[in-house]
Design a protein around this ligand. Structure first.
Ligand code: ADP
Ligand code: MG
Ligand code: MG
Length: 248
């Protein structure tokens, strides 16, 4: 059982305040959808929690099972059990998917998995996500299609087994088939009840496949409305406008 607790988080980028007091608690076994219009600060929240140096925490706290996350390095955050799937993953020429994943697993688990064991784990993970075997030898994110990038993120989830995963627009740019595969991956991942997921999204589409327990509406750097899955249905029907007006 793990808990990520974000309290009154304020974050600035280049002296501009982007997050204006965010309160959010994600426990293992829970799936939260954080939804909001473009530019509302959703990715800023993800980056700030992950420890991106460009994002300055001006006040507030983030803890994972009581431990101060904000004082940890990016690596330490990953080892503590936090995982961020980025909206725009970086390309790393010269590093294969397989090598990258083995290093990541080694770093997070604290010891290198036996190559044979890891190869089997990797193959199973790739099969489950309908990823072709040749993918493991490709350079990280280089020339990946949108769908390949997102499948790769879910593959990381399955291998790293974080306590809390933040998925930033994992649904963007996916066709229906890829969306289904990615959603099934998220659902498989949360089914065990050991992981909490914060699913950041602009669209309600993925919520037809991944059923959130909680929905938070984000606008202008803070949460302006919270509810259960029915809130996502309302957003789909009504759009963000009435929520963004309320917060302006
Ligand atoms: P969302 O993910 O909801 O679309 P973002 O967190 O990406 O929103 O952006 C929120 C605001 O913060 C925007 O006005 C954006 O221009 C600004 N911002 C975010 N990251 C940066 C950055 N690295 N440099 C400059 N401005 C940024
Ligand atoms: Mg955006
Ligand atoms: Mg974003």
């Amino acid at each position: 059982m793990s808990t990520l607790e974000i309290r009154d988080l304020r974050v600035a980028v280049e002296d501009k305040e982007i997050l204006r007091g965010v309160d959010l608690t994600v426990r293992s076994g829970e799936t939260h959808a954080l939804m909001g219009p473009n530019g509302s600060g959703k990715s800023t929240l993800a980056y700030a929690v992950a420890g991106h140096p460009k994002y300055t925490i001006t006040s507030g706290t983030v803890t994972l099972d009581g431990e101060d996350v904000l004082s940890l390095s990016v690596d330490e955050r990953a080892r503590a059990g936090l995982f961020l799937a980025m909206q725009y993953p970086v390309e790393v020429p010269g590093v294969s998917v397989s090598n990258f994943l083995r290093s990541a697993v080694t770093s997070v688990r604290g010891e290198a998995p036996k190559l044979r064991v890891f190869t089997k784990e990797l193959k199973e993970g790739m099969d489950a996500l309908s990823i072709d075997a040749s993918f493991a030898q490709r350079n990280l994110n280089e020339g990946f299609s949108g769908g390949e990038k997102k499948r790769h993120e879910i593959l990381q989830l399955e291998l790293l087994k974080p306590k809390i995963a933040i998925l930033d627009e994992t649904d963007s740019g996916l066709d229906v088939d890829a969306l289904r595969v990615v959603s099934e991956g998220v659902n498989r991942f949360t089914a065990g009840g050991e992981t909490g997921v914060l699913l950041i999204t602009h669209y309600t589409r993925i919520l037809r496949y991944v059923k959130p327990d909680f929905v938070h509406v984000f606008s202008a750097g803070r949460i302006v409305e919270e509810g259960g899955p029915e809130l996502a249905d309302r957003l789909e029907a009504e759009g963000y406008e009435r929520f963004t007006k309320a917060s302006a």
